[in-house]
Design a protein around this ligand. Structure first.
Ligand code: KG4
Ligand code: ZN
Length: 320
């Protein structure tokens, strides 16, 4: 049994997964509400809450799996990229647990974790495939040839897709995190009401900062009551632009790589329009799109374990 721990941003998560990818427990405690009044994640607050939440979340995961720490054979923990203070809480906890029980420790890359959300039961996906990873921190196209890793073939030059959703939601006066809010509101709006352009950059890269500025100008030019009345149309049109950019770039890359299969992972993969716009793609299960520890335990199965006690000097990293 593998224990996965994830604390890279504002989700404190613990999961228990078997060697063959069955999820025995997957507990996520989101701090989103705590950060909402600041309009985004406050790193110092996130670190402090990870510290408070980690052990209760771990206990809940063990209860859910009807297991004890004695059943854990390996510990996998996110070591980066993410908020450094937040990551350090998870890595310190993982080291302490592993050291006390003389277990091996597997340092897991958060992005590898998102991809590994596809390798879990009941429908594990086998490489090769082209993977769109769209989250709050990253937007990448990955060439995945085996479960152990990936090659980055495209990335965002500025904002991540999830960041574009969150910043757009803020401009529209919606809550944080904004992706799910825009997704919900878009269902009531007309996606063709406003025309928001998406930058076309060279290669397989993405760019979303211009789109955010376009929304800013559009919102600024509307009278408050007009903004109120057209909020759903704005959300739907804005979402359409983001989704279009993601879908177009992904299909282009699939064509040029000759990829037979396309997969979508990360928080933005929960978006209903994106899922509907890539009907032939394999989308990560909804519960595994946003940050969780089951995906980290899953990735730990394919990453190199550090034997006891060599991991005590292991460091976290904020960016790749
Ligand atoms: O993967 P994730 O939980 O954290 C990172 O690794 O960044 O992704 C969080 C991002 C946020 O920006 C959030 O707004 C976005 O995923 N998100 C969505 C939806 N649900 C979450 N974006 C669009 N539509 C959704 N339904
Ligand atoms: Zn993530």
């Amino acid at each position: 049994m593998i224990l996965g721990l994830e604390t890279s941003c504002d989700e404190t998560a613990a999961a228990l997964v078997t060697d063959d990818g069955r999820i025995l427990a997957n507990v996520v405690s989101s701090q989103a509400e705590l950060h909402a009044r600041f309009g985004g994640v406050v790193p110092e607050i996130a670190s402090r809450h990870h510290l408070e939440l980690l052990l209760p979340v771990l206990r809940e995961a063990l209860d859910e799996a009807e297991a004890s720490l004695d059943d854990v054979e390996t510990i996998g923990v996110t070591v980066g990229p993410g908020l450094i203070g937040a990551l350090l809480v998870g890595t310190a906890a993982a080291k302490a647990l592993a050291w006390a029980r003389r277990l091996p420790l597997v340092p897991v890359d958060h992005l590898h974790g998102h991809v590994a959300s596809l390798y879990l039961q009941p429908d594990p996906l086998a490489p090769p495939f082209l993977c769109l990873l769209a989250s709050g921190g990253h937007t990448m196209l990955l060439d995945v040839r085996d479960e152990g890793g990936y090659t980055v073939i495209g990335t965002t030059l500025d904002d991540a897709a999830g960041e574009a959703f969150d910043k757009g939601a803020r401009l529209l006066g919606l809550g944080y995190p904004g992706g799910a809010e825009i997704d919900r509101l878009s269902a009531e709006g007309d996606p063709d009401a406003f025309s928001f352009p998406v930058a076309r950059v060279a290669g397989h890269d993405f760019s979303f900062s211009g789109l955010k500025t376009a929304l800013l100008y559009t919102v600024r030019d509307l009278a408050p009551e007009e903004l109120e009345r057209r909020r759903a149309d704005l959300a739907a049109s804005y979402q359409r632009a983001i989704v279009r950019a993601l879908v177009e770039r992904t299909l282009e890359a699939a064509g040029s790589l000759g990829a037979e299969r396309v997969a979508v992972v990360g928080g933005v993969a929960a978006n209903s329009e994106l899922r509907a716009s890539l009907p032939d793609a394999v989308a990560a299960p909804l519960a595994l799109c946003t940050d969780n520890a089951a995906m980290i335990a899953s990735a730990a199965r394919y990453a190199e374990a550090i034997p006891y006690p060599d991991y005590l000097a292991l460091d976290a990293y904020a960016s790749t």
